[in-house]
Design a protein around this ligand. Structure first.
Ligand code: PLP
Ligand code: TYF
Length: 401
């Protein structure tokens, strides 16, 4: 029956983990997938999450189905975390929100909703480069995917002139995907002033902004600061779509906790949008899982746990920043590695786009048992006091050839 089914390629990011697992060398390092590791290289369960789970266990909550749009105690608070308590559409009850299977599920619901109901365009513009899963998610949702310039290899920074030109030349009312903060894979974000210009261009051209916020809190260590772009657009009167993930900032990867939301013009319009979001969700998975949403809802709803969680997010962000400093210093000062490595410190979030070439990344895997994606992206969280010098020495050798 399946004799004509061709073998497909592995996921370019998750495939790195497969190669890592197969390597038996004790010095091996996995810098592929973006998942936080503590200073001992171990997965990190946030203490605030453990406390929330204790509260949930003690409450002897049942395991009934959630409504199609998820746990209301979670969705309300998740929207408040993103848009801010003083957000006008939030206060006016005109944000449609639905719990999703983490950020990926939120992107997929959003893609499907726009493909079916956005009246002006079926084209979404993604930054080049973008998270590898964006193209298949939106293509499978029924949208046509195009790109706008984002990263400048020469400056290892934002190609702001190219970005502006491409957005100005996009057909009016196209959809544009924006990474709200901590751009994956480059670690390069627009400044607040640049965001204001992007907002103006979107207004001029009637572009519809779809924000992907997978790393709120991971860029600056502060959740409100990381929501600047989203909140600025909303303040400027844009209607927006938003995909939120709690995988990174609460370490809830496998619990699959996220939110899809859309701002609308009135509570009446919101009710109609809600009804159509339910029609999209029902035949896909009926209703979302309960446990992770309870964890996130418990943390967001308790002033004490919320404060603790914010400091734990800052702790993760700050450990990554200290690894950036250490890596820069080791390459530049100790090893005098050829090249300019300042971008390792200026980039933000989970990743660094090192500039290592595909042959260099291949050599690192084969000779030093160090694994990263072929585009030279490293997950900074995979580095720690115990492996960072070994990693820098590997890079040094690969660059010197
Ligand atoms: N969007 C971006 C930019 C990401 O890097 C990720 C990966 O974490 C996601 C969305 C969605 O991830 P998840 O489905 O695990 O929340
Ligand atoms: O970019 C990353 O590493 C994270 C994790 O199919 C991830 O976003 C990677 C690939 C994938 C799902 C999640």
């Amino acid at each position: 029956t399946w004799s004509a089914v061709p073998a497909g390629p592995p996921d370019p990011i998750l495939g790195v983990t497969e190669a890592f697992k197969a390597d038996k060398d004790p010095r091996k390092i996995n810098l592929g997938v973006g998942a936080y590791r503590d200073e001992n290289g171990k997965p990190y369960v946030l203490p605030s999450v453990l406390k929330a789970e204790e509260i949930i266990t003690a409450s002897k909550a049942d395991k009934e189905y959630l409504p199609i749009t998820g746990l209301a105690d979670f969705t309300k608070l998740a929207a408040k975390l993103a848009y801010g308590a003083d957000s006008a559409p939030l206060q006016e009850g005109r944000i449609s929100s639905t719990q999703s299977i983490s950020g990926t599920g939120a992107l997929r619901i959003g893609g499907a909703f726009l493909a079916r109901h956005y009246p002006h365009s079926k084209t979404i513009f993604l930054p080049v480069p973008s998270w590898g899963n964006h193209t298949p998610v939106f293509r499978d949702s029924g949208l046509e995917v195009k790109g706008y310039r984002y990263f400048d290899k020469k400056t290892v920074g934002l190609d702001f002139a190219g970005l502006k030109e491409d957005l100005r030349n996009a057909p009016e009312k196209s959809i544009v995907l924006l990474h709200a903060c901590a751009h994956n894979p480059t670690g390069v974000d627009p400044t607040p002033e640049q965001w204001a210009e992007i907002s103006d261009i979107c207004k001029e051209r009637g572009l519809f902004p779809f924000f992907d916020m997978a790393y709120q809190g991971f860029a600056s260590g502060n959740t409100a600061r990381d929501a600047f772009a989203l909140r600025h657009f909303v303040k400027e009167g844009h209607q927006v779509a938003l995909a939120q993930s709690f995988a990174k900032n609460m370490g809830l990867y496998g619990e699959r906790v996220g939110l899809f939301s859309l701002t609308t013009s009135s509570p009446e319009e919101k009710a109609r949008v809600d009804s159509q979001v339910k029609i999209i969700v029902r035949p896909m998975y009926s209703n979302p899982p309960i446990h992770g949403a309870r964890i996130a809802g418990t943390i967001l709803g308790s002033p004490e746990l919320y404060t603790q969680w914010e400091s734990e997010v800052a702790g993760m962000a700050n450990r990554i920043i200290s690894m950036r400093d250490k890596l820069y210093d080791t390459l530049t000062h100790d090893l005098k590695t050829p090249g300019e490595w300042r971008h390792i410190k200026s980039q933000i979030g989970m990743f660094s786009f090192t500039g290592l070439t595909p042959p260099q990344t291949k050599a690192l895997a084969e000779k030093a048992h160090i694994y990263m994606t072929g585009d030279g992206r490293i997950s900074m969280a995979g580095l720690n006091g115990g492996n960072i010098v070994y990693f820098a020495e590997g890079v040094n050798a690969a660059v010197r050839g």
